[in-house]
Ligand binder design. Structure first.
Ligand SMILES: C[S@@+](CC[C@H](N)C(=O)[O-])C[C@H]1O[C@@H](n2cnc3c(N)ncnc32)[C@H](O)[C@@H]1O
Length: 347
């Protein structure tokens, strides 16, 4: 079979650009993140801690944050995937993005202080499941408005100090290794819960000849994803996938499972197993769990209340390997980076 992998030397320039671009991005989003944290004062919305674990050891967060960038750059240099992500340092764009993020951070903080996590119900219809009609992260508009879809990437970048791309790409790293010698032209891949499409853009760049598509329940996030990635998108429930049995070679899914109620998680896992061909793979990335990173037990316990993540505690207790084993998917690889874990399953 024809290999679609570019020669390693072709990636050296990408790798150098990755390091320079990641440095600029990290510096910008670190600064933006600390400006947001000045608005998101914990004193105004104190969180009752459910963990008596100690805080992370000194320097731990910085070390794993840097490691996320190092792993990403190493994979680009090794020719596993190109670096599609660019830092738009145009001053007008930077100013617009920052002003919007900081203006909205006051609204997010108001909701946090008031505990107002269901305003999104007014912006959506009962055609959506009730669990979905919330202001996850206390974000303005929930998953329903165009402004929310446009702002989302800046919010997560500020939260993760510019490391969101490298964290998500742990799933791409596992998938690209699994498909290293496959002819892309025959591959069908769907990114489940593609959100506003940053990871979908990475997938399109990594597998330019494969049929790559996004799926999400939010029409506004899908519109943003289409514009950002150039990939097509379908609006659907992850627990009711609009694909035939055994019709897809690969699925990716990033940061969905921690936002699903415990009863829905097995339904989504079963749907994923149903639509994959035998030998097909699922590359999943989601929040790290405390049993993988005990150093993070305390912040992981505080996170769900401060960021309105109603299903995070049950996610922390979920055995993901067992969940997918129960629907016929076997663990083939895993990798962690900063606050994210990635797992590769095969049907
Ligand atoms: C935390 S965001 C992650 C988005 C994207 N994967 C990323 O990495 O940025 C969660 C996404 O899951 C979508 N979502 C949540 N529940 C869903 C469901 N049951 N079916 C389809 N999409 C869902 C939301 O609309 C949102 O875009």
């Amino acid at each position: 079979m024809e290999s679609q992998v570019r020669p390693r030397r072709a990636f050296r320039a990408d790798a150098a650009a990755a390091v320079a671009g990641a440095g600029a991005k990290a510096a910008f989003w670190t600064a933006a993140g600390s400006a947001v944290r000045k608005i998101a004062r914990t004193e105004d919305a104190p969180v009752k801690l459910t963990s008596d674990a100690p805080p992370p050891p000194k320097g731990y967060l910085r070390r794993v944050w840097i490691e996320a960038f190092e792993k990403d750059a190493a994979d680009v240099a090794a020719g596993l995937y190109p670096l599609a992500e660019k830092f738009d340092g145009d001053p007008a764009a930077v100013w617009r993005r920052t002003r919007d993020l900081l203006t909205d951070a006051h609204e997010v903080q108001r909701r946090r202080v008031e505990g107002a996590a269901t305003e999104a119900r007014a912006e959506s219809t009962s055609a959506y499941p009730t669990y979905y009609r919330q202001n996850f992260h206390y974000q303005s508009g929930g998953w329903f408005t165009q402004q929310s879809a446009r702002r989302y990437e800046a919010q997560v970048e500020a939260l993760f100090a510019g490391a969101t791309g490298p964290m998500r790409r742990r799933a791409l790293s596992l998938l690209a290794r699994a498909w290293r010698d496959r002819d892309q032209r025959s591959l069908k891949l769907v990114d489940i819960a593609c959100g506003s499409g940053a990871f979908l853009a990475d997938l399109k760049a990594a597998f330019p000849r494969a049929a790559v598509m996004g799926l999400d329940l939010s029409s506004t996030y899908l519109a943003e994803a289409r514009a950002r990635s150039g990939a097509s998108g379908v609006q659907a429930l992850a627990e009711k996938l609009p694909f035939a049995d055994a019709s897809l070679d690969g699925l990716t899914c990033v940061y969905l499972f921690h936002e699903l109620p415990p009863k829905i998680r097995p339904l989504v896992a079963a749907e994923m197993a149903r639509v994959l061909k035998p030998g097909g793979v699922l590359a999943l990335a989601d929040a790290i769990q405390a049993d993988r990173a005990p150093e993070l037990a305390r912040p992981l316990a505080a996170f769900p209340a401060f960021f309105h993540e109603p299903y995070f505690e049950s996610y922390q207790a979920t055995d993901l390997v067992a969940l997918f084993a129960g629907v016929g998917l076997t663990l083939k690889g895993r990798d962690d980076a900063f606050l994210t874990q990635a797992l590769l399953f095969e049907k």
